[in-house]
Design a binder for this molecule. Structure first.
Ligand code: PLP
Length: 413
């Protein structure tokens, strides 16, 4: 069997294995050090009681012949699709139809699977730094060359996210944009914590329309937005139904990272260009793909997800998000007091800090581990433009966050 040659282009999982290796080596040499991990993009709070109750009840339904559920609808059960539609869209004045919502087992899978709809030679644009899944899944599909010395893959269009543009790069200039088929945008952003304004998203929608490009909008962190004036959905922008799909996940919003549930919104107004120049419906294509290759998220999990939208579920998950955002505030203010230039953490659970002048991301990682016994994520692991930055996560206990800030104050006094 001839293997897919494109996998060879991917450097062997570098970032998180390398962090693990350095932390293990440090801990072995300094067994007395109490290492606190602020590097992980995973929730720490247990599932809310409303969700647990709904999942228990669903398990009991599975135990009785009368209420047992076998295969469900591939797109998701009506009770969940309607709850999503009502709470996430209709109430916010956004028009999304039930058959435009595709319930899945999470956004990581959706973002990888979605590219089956793109032409094999589609040109992909990503921000730099970026959530690595968007890049790696397109490398696997053969849309790039092997990475250069700078870590970039030839064939991808990189949009630098810098302090100068507030880590929200504008659409590429007309000349560069020729040929961009798809752009991935994540707001609020992992890793930078930046959030896009209505004006910025409006510019992207106009650009996509002008260039017949698709925006893949990753709204995994929308529930962390604290300012109601900021857009939570790209479909708040007029015209977005013709140019965008939106990924949502219960992972960060309701602690479902280990439960697995998300959804993809694919509007029926969305068209792409077929091989003969004809216009094809991405909603029809995704529906075909989803029903062919996916058999639906588990019934028990979908009952748990629907419980997020009950009054108790909304209150309890809202309190969890407020808890993480208070962690983010403590980290952000503590770092600023210690003299760091910090970004993010206001509408996202991530703090993006500038490493001290002349210190690379990995040098800062080693220094922080050695002097404060704290672990974060080197910004350079998310792309070359992340060099000189460092990501800290607010997903942790309050005690650990307080202790981390106290250590930073002491070490960088
Ligand atoms: C955590 C995260 C997701 C959610 O992924 P799931 O597969 O739904 O758990 C999506 N996008 C980004 C950028 C994330 O950080």
């Amino acid at each position: 069997m001839r293997a897919n040659p494109h996998f060879q282009k991917l450097p062997a999982g570098y970032l998180f294995p390398e962090i693990g290796r350095r932390v293990r080596a440090y801990a072995a040499a300094h067994p007395e050090a109490k290492v606190i991990r602020l590097g992980i993009g995973d929730v720490t709070e247990p599932l809310a009681p409303a969700i647990i109750g709904a999942m228990h009840a669903a398990v009991d339904e599975m135990a009785a012949r009368e209420t047992f559920k076998g295969y469900g609808p591939e797109q998701g059960y009506d009770f969940l699709v309607e709850a999503i539609r009502e709470h996430d869209y209709t109430r916010r004045g956004i028009e999304v139809a039930a058959d435009e919502i595709f319930v899945s087992d999470g956004s990581k899978c959706d973002s990888g699977n979605l590219q089956e709809l793109f032409a094999a030679d589609a040109v992909i644009a990503v921000t730099d730094p970026v959530y690595p899944v968007y890049v790696d899944s397109n490398v696997m599909a053969g849309r790039t060359g092997a990475p250069g010395a700078d870590g970039r893959f030839p064939g991808l269009v990189y949009l630098p996210a810098t302090a100068a543009n507030g880590f929200c790069p504008p659409p590429p200039e007309t000349t560069d944009a020729r040929g961009v088929d798809v752009v991935y945008l994540c707001s609020p952003n992992n890793p930078t914590g930046a959030v896009m304004t209505r004006e910025q998203l409006t510019a992207w929608v106009a650009w996509a329309k002008q260039h017949d490009a698709l925006i893949v909008f990753d709204a995994a962190y929308e529930a962390y937005i604290q300012d109601d004036a900021l857009p939570r959905s790209i479909f708040e922008i007029p015209g977005a139904r013709e140019v965008a799909v939106e990924m949502r996940s219960f992972s960060k919003r309701a602690g479902f990272t280990g439960v697995r549930c998300g959804f993809l919104v694919v509007p029926k107004d969305l068209r792409a260009t077929g091989a003969g120049g004809e216009r094809v419906s991405l909603n029809a294509m995704w529906s075909r793909r989803h029903t062919t290759k996916f058999n639906g998220a588990s019934y028990v999990v979908q009952r748990g997800a629907a419980a997020v939208y009950t009054p108790d579920g909304l209150a309890q998950t809202g309190a969890q998000i407020a808890f993480y955002m208070e962690n983010a505030r403590i980290l952000r203010e503590g770092l600023a007091r210690a003299g760091f230039t910090v970004y993010g953490g206001q509408h996202a659970p991530y703090i993006w800090l500038e490493t001290p002048k002349g210190t690379t991301s990995w040098q800062f990682f080693d220094g922080l581990l050695d002097k404060a016994h704290l672990v974060g994520t080197p910004g350079s692991g998310f792309g070359p433009q992340g060099e000189g930055y460092f990501r800290l996560s607010a997903f942790n206990s309050r005690a650990n966050v307080d202790e981390a800030v106290a250590r930073i104050a002491k070490v960088f006094a």
